[in-house]
Every structure is written in C-alpha cells, then in structure tokens.
Design a protein around this ligand. Structure first.
Ligand SMILES: [Zn+2]
Length: 500
C-alpha cells in the first residue's frame, strides 16, 4: 500500500498555497496583473513602475491576510470597492473582467475539473456541477467566490492605478491612498469586532480531570474520524453498523468542532486538547511544522505506550512522525477501502494502544460534488460498511477485547464545495459516539461539548498523563467507573439482606 511520497508531501503544501484563501489572494493578484501587462513588463522602466506600485498595495494585502471577512461579513467587501470607484473613478473594466474570468477558470476548471480528475478520478464534466458550488461556497478557501472577488478587484484596481500613474509620470495620490487604507482598516476592525461573534468559546482553564490510574480504563482506543461527515447527513444515511454502535454506546448530541474548522487545525486540537492560539496551527497551510504543545502521542510515550495516526500528508505538518500517511492520489471510490486495509496492517505490525484513522472519501466527495447530493450520502454508507468490516477483523484478531471505539468527524461541511472553516451551517456540530466495555450503553448526552476533549479523554482511558496544554474535559459521563460500580454493588449487597 502506498504511503504519501516526499513529492506528495511537498505538492500538498504547494497546493495549500492556492487552496487556502489567505495565501491565494496575493498570489492570484500578482499572477493576474503580470499576465494582464505581460508585454510591457519586458521594458525595464515599466517593470520598475510595476514593482513600486506593488509596494503601495502591500498594506492592503496585509489587511486582507489578517482579516478574511468570514461568512456574511464578505458582503461588506463590496463597499470599499464602491468607495474606490467613487473616489478615483479609475476602474479598468477589461482588467477586472480578465480577473473574474481567470478566477473562474482556476476554480471551476483547474481545481474543480482537472485537479480532481487527476487526483481522485472525478469526471471530466465536473465543471457542470462545480461552478454552482463555487458561487455559493462560504469557507476560508480560495473557492469562496463571494469573498475573493471583491478583494481581488479592489487590490487590482489600486495596483493598476498606481502602476499607470507612475508609468505616465502623473501625480501619485499616495496621501489619499493612505487615508483610504486607514478608513478600510477602521471599517475592518469594527466589522470583525462587533459582527464576528459566532466562534466557539474556548475552555479557559487547563484540563482538571479525574486522577489518572496507571492501569487505565481500556487496553486500547481506536478512533475513526470520518473526515467532513456532516451530522444531519449522517443521520439521513443508512448506516446500520454505526447506528448499532451509537445505540449501544454513548452519543454526544452537541459535539462542537473548533475554529477555524480546517482539517489540520481540527486534528491538532483533537489530539492536543487545545486550540489554535496555543498549538499554533492556524489553517491547513502550516508555515512552521510541528505543533507548539504536547500531543496525546507524546503523553502515551511517557508511559511506554504507542499511538499512531493514519492520515493524509497534510497532517505530518502538525504531528510529524506520529503519522503514517497514505497517498491521497487515488480514485475516491478506492480511497477508504485502501485506508482501512492500511489500518489493518498497522494494527498487525505495530499493535498500537491508540489507533486513529482518518477516512477521507466522504470529505472528498463533499468537496468535489457538494454535500447536498446523493453521492455524499453514499460515501457515508460505504464508510459504515468499511468500519463494520474493520471492527469484525479486529475482533477476529482479538484486538477488540477491552477496546474503546470512538467514531467522529473533525468538522462538518457547508453547502458549496463542501466548505468548512468559518463555521457555516452544517460545519459546527459533528457526529461523536463512543462504544466498548468501558462505555455506558444507550446514553445520550445533550450538553454541549468540544472536540478538544478527545485528547484528555483518551489519556484518561489509556492511563497516560494529560497532554501539557490540554484544556478539554474528560468525557467521564460516557465512562463506566468500574471501581464505583463495585462499591455500589457491595453496599447494595449489604443493604438487601438487611431489609429482607
Ligand atoms: Zn477534515
């Protein structure tokens, strides 16, 4: 079975530069303006003007890098563009039209058709679906047309105006542009301060869980993360095996993911027990590899136990050598079966106490075909069968005795290109349930919980210390306290004969 090659790991990072909205904006704008002025840039003087004009737009790039105008805030991005047009009356329509065409060419054809065809075998006709998805998409990627287009148009307009003025020796309205930037910054700060108020609230304290017994509660924990499995779509799907686990275990009905709901951020939070501001992973684009805090894998090492994460190459950026990668370049119908096969081999060869598996087909179908179509439900149903076969296999191998099974998603997916990041409808609450001899049966927990609780809960189950910066709470209500049960048993034994 193929692991992700070194080339794939580098390619995945390069792709992230274009996939995450923040690095995409400056790259796309520079590319567009170079292409638009391709002829003139061979002239030295014009190239100098181009470079000087670029320096003028740097503050704009910084503002939009720091503030991405999530969800409905993106509607406000048109106002600065209108203000620019009104103030300078210097709108270059051919340039803006060229940028819009290039943007849809990149998202709909390059990404939605060519890229997905080559990587996961989607049809050459995927653009017939993908353009609709890009138009409504609301996440933090470059595929968010309603966020990217006004930003791109504004920055290109300023850059082009300064470039043309410098070239023709006209007065550069630097002072006015400076005031415009200050106005934009104030506008941005006000919007983000007063309107951006839907982020999940982090736990303020570090984990204050029950005392950990070195023996632990379970011999083993197996976590299966069905990447991007949206909660109500999971309920709609026909998943007899997962339903059985859910009904015979403990289900958390309001399990919340973290902000921003990007895969690498979510996984890092799930396995460190803390948030972006502390572990340092802020999006799928990881500039500095390795999380800044301890992970559950570090905790397990301290007590001589082993944890493995079987996942795509992106997760190496955060969790390094604790990850066994699989290649993400294969037909999407084959991806999950291949991953589960790989997982069986790891269980056999490495026999880890903690095994985490990321299943990617559901997420990939959501991204390439949308979550509101039947193909997405079908992938969830396939995941159900694969998990059933995997668990049966572990039972035969006698690896399920005293094993706790946890099934969850890292985030849901919104409409559009299965977007997730800013926490639109469908992203925030994820399926989450636990099953095993140490887990309460038929229990439903209504109270809101957070995915950061996964790491301390695993630590408690396996008798390892809580990771250094863990803030989540141990999900004790799901765990049968054997000692307490015995005590109750004995007191009852005493009581009954007495009352008889
Ligand atoms: Zn994900």
């Amino acid at each position: 079975m193929k692991s992700a090659s070194k080339f794939e790991k580098i390619a995945a990072r390069c792709w992230n530069l274009l996939n995450e909205g923040k690095p995409f904006t400056p790259i796309f704008i520079t590319g567009t303006l170079i292409l638009f002025n391709f002829d003139s840039l061979f002239n030295r003087q014009e190239a100098v003007s181009f470079g000087i004009a670029f320096l003028v737009i740097v503050p704009l790039l910084v503002i939009f890098y720091l503030y991405d105008f999530p969800l409905f805030l993106r509607n406000y991005l048109w106002l600065p563009l209108v203000a620019f047009t009104f103030l300078w009356q210097n709108t270059n329509l051919p340039l803006l039209l060229f940028a819009v065409c290039l943007y849809f060419f990149f998202t709909v054809f390059f990404w939605g058709t060519l890229y997905y065809h080559l990587r996961i075998g989607t049809s050459w006709l995927n653009f017939t679906r993908f353009w609709k998805l890009v138009l409504k998409n609301s996440d933090s990627t470059s595929g968010n047309a309603q966020e990217q287009l006004p930003k791109v148009m504004l920055i290109l307009s300023v850059w082009n105006m300064v470039f043309q003025n410098h070239q023709s020796g006209d007065h550069l309205p630097l002072m006015e542009i400076g005031y415009f930037y200050v106005g934009l910054l104030v506008f941005t700060l006000i919007l983000h301060h007063f309107l951006f108020d839907w982020k999940p609230i982090p736990y303020k304290e570090f984990t204050n869980g029950p005392k950990i017994s070195p023996k632990g509660i379970s011999n083993r924990v197996v976590v299966i993360v069905v990447d991007g499995m949206r909660k109500e779509r999971f309920y709609e799907a026909n998943t007899p095996f997962l339903d059985k686990l859910k009904e015979n275990g403990t289900e958390y009905l309001n399990m919340e993911t973290v902000y921003p709901a990007r895969t690498v951020v979510c996984f890092t939070s799930m396995f460190s027990g803390t948030y972006s501001f502390e572990h340092g992973i802020k999006s799928n684009m990881v500039w500095k590899t390795g999380m800044r805090v301890e992970s559950i894998f570090d905790s397990l090492r301290k007590v001589g136990k082993k944890g493995r994460l079987l996942a795509v190459a992106h997760l190496v950026d955060s969790m390094g050598d604790d990850v066994d990668t699989f290649t993400a370049v294969m037909h999407n119908d084959k991806a999950d079966p291949v991953i589960m096969e790989h997982a069986r081999r790891i269980m056999k060869e490495q026999d880890p106490e903690l095994m985490v598996i990321q299943m990617i087909a559901t997420d990939q179908t959501g991204h390439s075909r949308g979550v509101l179509y039947d193909e997405y439900i079908q992938k969830i149903e396939e995941a159900d069968k694969l998990i059933e076969q995997f668990v049966e296999h572990l039972e035969i191998e006698e690896k399920m005795d005293d094993t706790t099974l946890i099934i969850c998603a890292d985030h849901g997916q919104a409409d559009g290109i299965g977007g997730h990041g800013h926490l639109d409808e469908g992203e925030r609450y994820v399926p989450f349930f636990m099953h095993g001899p140490a887990i309460e049966k038929g229990k439903k927990i209504q109270e809101k919980q957070s995915l950061v609780s996964l790491a301390p809960t695993i630590a408690y189950l396996l008798g390892a210390p809580y990771p250094s910066h863990s803030r989540g709470r141990v999900l004790t209500e799901a765990i049968i306290d054997k000692k307490e049960e015995k005590e109750i048993e004995t007191t009852e034994n005493h009581r009954f004969p007495a009352s008889l």
